[in-house]
Design a binder for this molecule. Structure first.
Ligand SMILES: [Ca+2]
Length: 512
């Protein structure tokens, strides 16, 4: 469902609800607001980059962390791509924004037009806005009228609908402002930065502050990186070495972008934020955390979180309070001095007191909360050092007979008796197969398990069971369930979790 759109601001389209929300907060000029640069990796884990004790050489990111604030307990918006990106752009739980799981072109779900995005807020306050890289919040296809990044507040966009295809090398699926670009030679991270640099040089409004939203494809599968980089990490056909190579290559691209940013404006005028959209699909890159991408245990959720703005954000501070992508919209509004949108529920809180040594002023109005119905556990909440998770207590209407048949075929293909059912599922969902016939079977499995809109009523009516309680300070690996030991804490947090869940479900839309 789309709200009526009206074209009041030049070529930009704002929804009626957006106008209402901003009616009291219009600014007439760009004033002295800083540029905002958001750098996001795709599927990069808690222990990948150098400044988080990972094995990959990332001097550019390490430099931002050393001269800015690095969060030890930073969280993605969700355990998979699309919902996490929806959370980032809206500051709201993904179901409120209409995103129940990762998006596939066969679905009608997309980031709802009426959501107020960070890009719309900044654009409305005079920013020149641009998106580069993976989008995965829905693009028009097969005649479907799905809003593009332009309808979500970006003056300019250069994006792929989902992953770089066929891999990070020589991708064929970039679209610039609605126009397919065909094959582009090179590696996705460098291509994305090339385009961002050219936008900075030639296409932005030169007198306006800018919002550069750079969402890299790396290290999401299918992976590729230059041999000269991969060889620093192992054999050229070693998946771990290639994976590391994609991250190293991204850091080199970031280094080029940072040099350009310094050239176009003083670092004191540019806020830079780096994070990842969810945990790694590699169990060796999530540190000692439990679970990987797709899981609502911390391994699927915890990611790097780095904030850099010399002169304003504290230099060289390591922050141990929890933060997340859900906080970016209110935090950026707080840092650049823009009122948050009124009249809608924001799930995130403004982290700027933690970034500017006003620690006692920080207040989280609602515990961090993750809901991904297709995940196991389906729901998670963090309150202080406590983590509460729970399983879905309802079933999706799947074709179980077809699913059992395909699962048996995949068990034979993978042939790894050490994998339990959950890990097998994660392995199948998380990684493409090099054998084309096997990949077809994997595709059948993915589609049979994939969210579709007919599940929404079951999700909205669903309840939870098997609650587990962990103390992340003592037990970051979530190994010891304290639910029986601390029934009082369990009851208090469970009540809170169910309240947030009810609030989310009240906003979550039906899709047809
Ligand atoms: Ca991802």
């Amino acid at each position: 469902m789309h709200t009526a759109t009206i074209p009041p601001v030049g070529s930009r389209f704002l929804t009626a609800i957006t106008l209402l929300l901003f009616a009291c907060g219009l600014s007439t000029a760009a004033e002295q607001r800083p540029n905002v640069v958001l750098l996001l990796s795709d599927d990069l884990g808690y222990k990948d980059i150098g400044c988080y004790d990972g094995p990959v050489k990332t001097p550019a990111l390490n430099g931002l962390a050393a001269k800015g604030v690095r969060f030890t307990d930073f969280y993605s918006g969700a355990a998979v791509c699309s919902p996490s990106r929806a959370v980032l752009l809206t500051g709201r739980q993904n179901l409120r924004a209409g995103i129940y799981s990762w998006l596939h072109p066969s679905q009608n779900a997309h980031l709802r037009d009426q959501e107020v995005t960070l890009a719309e807020i900044l654009q409305h306050h005079g920013y020149s806005t641009a998106h580069f890289g993976k989008w995965h919040l829905g693009l028009p296809s097969a005649g479907k009228q799905i809003p593009t990044p332009a309808e979500h507040g970006f003056d300019y966009w250069f994006a792929t609908g989902n992953n770089a295809s066929p891999s990070h090398r020589n991708p064929i699926n970039f679209v610039r402002n609605g126009k397919p670009q065909g094959m582009i030679e090179g590696y996705a991270a460098q291509i994305v930065v090339d385009d961002a640099i050219s936008w900075l040089d030639e296409k932005r409004e030169p007198d306006a502050p800018f919002f550069l939203n750079v969402w890299f494809h790396e290290p999401h599968d299918p992976i590729a990186a230059p041999d000269g980089i991969v060889s620093n990490y192992g054999a050229l056909d070693d998946q771990g070495a290639i994976y590391s190579g994609t991250i190293d290559n991204t850091d080199r691209a970031i280094d080029r972008l940072l040099a350009k940013l310094k050239e176009v404006d003083a670092p004191e005028n540019t806020l830079i934020i780096y994070a990842s959209d969810n945990g790694s699909y590699r169990a060796d890159r999530v540190g000692n955390l439990r679970g990987i991408k797709g899981s609502n245990y911390d391994g699927g959720l915890r990611v790097p979180g780095i904030f850099y703005w010399p002169g304003t954000i504290t230099a060289g501070h390591v922050e141990r309070q929890a933060g997340g992508l859900v906080d970016l919209l209110p935090t950026i509004c707080g840092l650049v001095g823009i009122d948050k949108p009124d009249g809608l529920h924001l799930d995130g809180s403004d982290l700027s007191p933690l970034l500017t040594q006003r620690y006692s002023e920080f207040k989280r109005h609602q515990p961090l909360f993750w809901l991904l119905p297709v995940s196991s556990p389906a729901v998670a909440m963090r309150d202080g050092n406590y983590s509460l998770v729970a399983q879905r207590d309802y079933n999706f209407p799947k074709d179980l007979e077809a699913l059992a048949k395909v699962t048996e075929q995949l068990k034979v293909i993978i042939d790894d008796p050490t994998l339990n059912a959950f890990d097998l599922r994660q392995r199948i969902l998380g990684r493409t197969m090099s054998n084309p016939e096997h990949e077809v079977i994997r595709g059948q499995y993915v589609r049979l398990n994939m969210f579709n809109e007919s599940w929404v009523p079951a999700i909205k009516a669903g309840t939870y069971a098997r609650f587990q309680l962990f103390d992340l300070e003592k037990d970051p690996g979530q190994k010891t369930d304290l639910a029986n030991q601390h029934p009082d804490v369990l009851a208090r947090l469970k009540k809170k979790l169910l309240e947030i869940n009810a609030s989310v479900m009240a906003d979550a839309p039906e899709w047809k």
